[in-house]
Design a protein around this ligand. Structure first.
Ligand SMILES: O=P(O)(O)OC[C@H]1O[C@H](O[C@H]2O[C@H](CO)[C@@H](O)[C@H](O)[C@H]2O)[C@H](O)[C@@H](O)[C@@H]1O
Ligand SMILES: O=c1ccn([C@@H]2O[C@H](COP(=O)(O)OP(=O)(O)O)[C@@H](O)[C@H]2O)c(=O)[nH]1
Length: 481
C-alpha cells in the first residue's frame, strides 16, 4: 500500500452504496445492500479508508430529508448522489439491467432503446459533476461496474476544467463478452471510450480482459501489442486481472459466535441422516436458477433410493424487482419449485426448500456451515463470491463445491470443485451425485486447495493491489504496467 495520505484520498464510486435507504412509515431506514460488489468493497474497509459515492436507492426530494439521509450514511463514509425516480428507473432498470447486463452476460434478444440510453448518459454526468466538485487534486478515484462506464471520460473532462488531476481506475464486476456478442450494442463505442479514459482497468479473469483488449483493437483500432496496455488517442491505459475475494475472517469469526453455534446444532439435529445441498443466489437469469431446479429434479428422478435423504435449500435473494424479466423469472421459479415438491415430496418431507427472501448474515453462515454440498449453476457470472463464502465456512465438514464452468470463479476453483455445464441436466445430476459420494480424503484435498485460494485472494488484497497499481500509475505514468 502507498502512504496513509494516499489511503485517505481514495474515492470509491459505484451505483450501489453499501447501505440501501427505504422510507418506512415516513421515516428513513437503511439496510445492508445485497450482492457481491458490496461484499468485496466492504471487505476492504478493514485495511483502507475511503469515501464511497453512490445512489441511495430511493428518491429524496425535500432538502431536509436529503440532509437526514446524508447524515445517516455519513457514519459509513457513504455519500449519496440523489436522482429523481424516473431518471433512476431509466438508468438502473431500463438501460443498465435490461440492456447492458444481458449483453455483458451473453443473453440474446436485447432491444436497444434511445430513452434509457440518454438517462444512462445523464446519470453518469451527474455522478461526474458531484465527484469532480469534491475530489481533491492528486486523489485516487476508483469507479465500479457497468452502470458507470461513461464516468471515467466525463470525470476526466470535468477535473481538467477545474484544474485538478486525479488517477482514475475502473473495475468491471461482470464478464466482458467476446467481440461478436458485444456488437449487439449500437452504443458500444461510447462505453468503451468512456472506460478507456481510465488510467487502470481491472477485470476478474484473463478471459474478460482479453475480450476487452480484442474489442478495443477491432472496434477502435487501438494499439494493443504491448502486454497489459492499450494505447488510444495518445493515452496509455493499463489493463489487468485482479482477483476479487471476500473477508474470510468475517465468516470464521461469525461461526464462533454462541448463537450461530446454537443455530448450527439445531440445523444439524433437524437434518440428521439427510444430506444438505445449499444454493444462495440473487434471483437473476445469470445464476441459472431454473436450470438448477430442473437439474435437481433430474437428480431426484435418477436416484429414487435417495428419497427423503437429500434436501436442496435454495435462497433466492430478491433482486431488481422493477424489471419485467426479473418478475417473470420469479413466477417461473415458483412454478418449477412447486412442481418438484409436488412430484417428489412424501409425508416425511419435501426435497426442496425454496426461500425467496434475503437471509441475515448469521443465518447465512450457519446454512453454509451445515451444507454437505454447495450448488452454483451460473450461466455466466462475473466471479460469484458465494463460492468463496461457502469454502470459508467449511473448515470442519470439507463440503464439496459443485460449480458451473461459466462462473468467473471457475477460472480459479475448478481444481478444488466438481465442474459441470449448467445446460446439461444429466451432467448436473451426475455432478451432484459425485459430490455427495466423494470419499473423505478427496474431499479434504479439494477443500484444502480451495481454502488456500480463498484465504490468499481476499477482498483486502484485491483492493490494495488495485490501489497500489493505480497510485503507481499516477506517480510513474511512463512505467510499464
Ligand atoms: O446492485 P444490484 O443490482 O442489487 O446487484 C448486485 C450486484 O450484482 C453484480 O455483482 C457482480 O459483482 C460480484 C463481485 O465482484 C461478482 O462476484 C458477481 O459475479 C457479479 O454479478 C453487479 O455487477 C454489481 O454491480 C451489483 O451491485
Ligand atoms: O440474503 C442474502 C444472501 C447473500 N447475500 C450476499 O450476496 C453476495 C452475492 O455475491 P455474488 O458475487 O455471488 O453474486 P452477485 O449477487 O453479486 O451477482 C454474497 O456476498 C452473499 O453473501 C446477500 O447480500 N443477501
Amino acid at each position: 500500500m502507498g502512504s496513509t495520505d494516499e489511503k485517505r484520498n481514495l474515492t470509491i464510486v459505484s451505483n450501489r452504496l453499501p447501505l440501501s435507504v427505504k422510507r418506512v412509515d415516513g421515516a428513513f431506514q437503511s439496510s445492508l445492500s445485497s450482492g457481491g460488489l458490496v461484499t468485496s468493497l466492504s471487505g476492504l474497509t478493514k485495511s483502507t479508508k475511503f469515501q464511497w459515492f453512490g445512489w441511495p436507492g430511493i428518491e429524496v426530494k425535500d432538502p431536509k430529508d436529503r440532509e437526514e439521509v446524508q447524515k445517516s450514511l455519513e457514519a459509513h463514509n457513504a455519500i449519496p448522489i440523489f436522482l429523481d425516480s424516473s431518471l433512476a428507473h431509466e438508468h438502473y432498470n431500463e438501460f443498465s439491467n435490461r440492456i447492458l447486463w444481458p449483453i455483458l452476460h451473453y443473453q440474446s434478444g436485447v432491444v436497444f432503446d434511445e430513452t434509457p440510453w440518454q438517462a444512462y448518459r445523464r446519470v453518469n454526468e451527474l455522478f461526474a459533476d458531484a465527484i469532480a466538485e469534491t475530489a481533491g487534486s492528486g486523489s485516487l478515484i476508483w469507479v465500479h461496474d457497468y452502470h458507470l462506464m461513461l464516468l471515467p471520460e466525463l470525470l476526466r473532462d470535468r477535473l481538467k476544467q477545474r484544474g485538478k488531476s486525479c488517477a482514475i481506475g475502473f473495475s468491471l464486476h461482470t464478464p466482458f463478452p467476446a467481440g461478436d456478442f458485444w456488437r449487439n450494442l449500437p452504443v458500444r463505442k461510447h462505453l468503451i471510450e468512456g472506460m478507456l479514459s481510465s488510467d487502470l482497468i481491472g477485470f476478474h479473469t484473463d478471459e474478460y480482459k482479453q475480450n476487452f483488449i480484442d474489442t478495443c483493437a477491432s472496434l477502435l483500432n487501438a494499439r494493443t501489442e504491448i502486454p497489459n496496455q492499450i494505447q488510444y488517442k495518445n493515452r496509455l491505459v493499463c489493463i489487468n486481472k485482479f482477483i476479487v475475494g471476500i473477508d474470510p475472517d468475517k465468516f470464521t469469526d461469525t461461526l464462533q459466535k454462541p448463537d450461530v453455534q446454537e443455530r448450527i446444532r439445531a440445523l444439524k439435529e433437524h437434518y440428521k441422516g439427510v444430506k444438505v445441498i445449499v444454493g444462495v443466489d440473487r434471483l437473476d437469469h445469470i445464476k441459472g436458477l431454473s436450470q438448477k431446479l430442473k437439474g435437481f429434479d433430474a437428480f431426484l428422478d435418477d436416484h429414487p433410493e435417495l428419497q427423503n435423504k437429500v434436501v436442496l435449500i435454495q435462497v433466492a435473494v430478491p433482486s431488481r424487482e422493477d424489471v419485467k424479466e426479473y418478475k417473470e423469472l420469479e413466477t417461473e421459479l415458483c412454478t418449477i419449485a412447486g412442481k418438484i415438491n409436488g412430484k417428489h415430496a412424501t409425508p416425511e418431507g419435501t426435497p426442496l426448500l425454496y426461500m425467496h427472501r434475503s437471509v441475515p448474515f448469521n443465518e447465512l453462515t450457519a446454512l453454509y456451515s451445515v451444507a454437505d454440498v454447495c450448488l452454483l449453476t451460473s450461466t455466466r457470472d462475473g466471479m460469484n463470491l458465494v463460492a468463496f463464502e461457502y469454502v470459508a465456512c467449511q473448515e470442519e465438514r470439507h463440503g464439496v463445491l459443485v460449480l458451473s464452468e461459466f462462473a468467473g470463479a471457475a477460472s480459479f476453483m475448478t481444481n478444488g470443485s466438481i465442474p459441470f455445464h449448467p445446460a446439461n441436466k444429466t451432467e448436473m445430476s451426475e455432478a451432484i451425485f459425485n459430490a455427495l459420494n466423494l470419499d473423505p480424503a478427496e474431499r479434504k484435498a479439494k477443500y484444502e486447495y480451495l481454502r488456500g485460494f480463498v484465504n490468499t485472494n481476499t477482498s483486502a488484497k484485491w483492493g490494495e493491489t488495485f490501489i497500489e497499481k493505480l497510485s503507481l500509475r499516477c506517480r510513474r505514468p511512463g512505467e510499464s504496467c
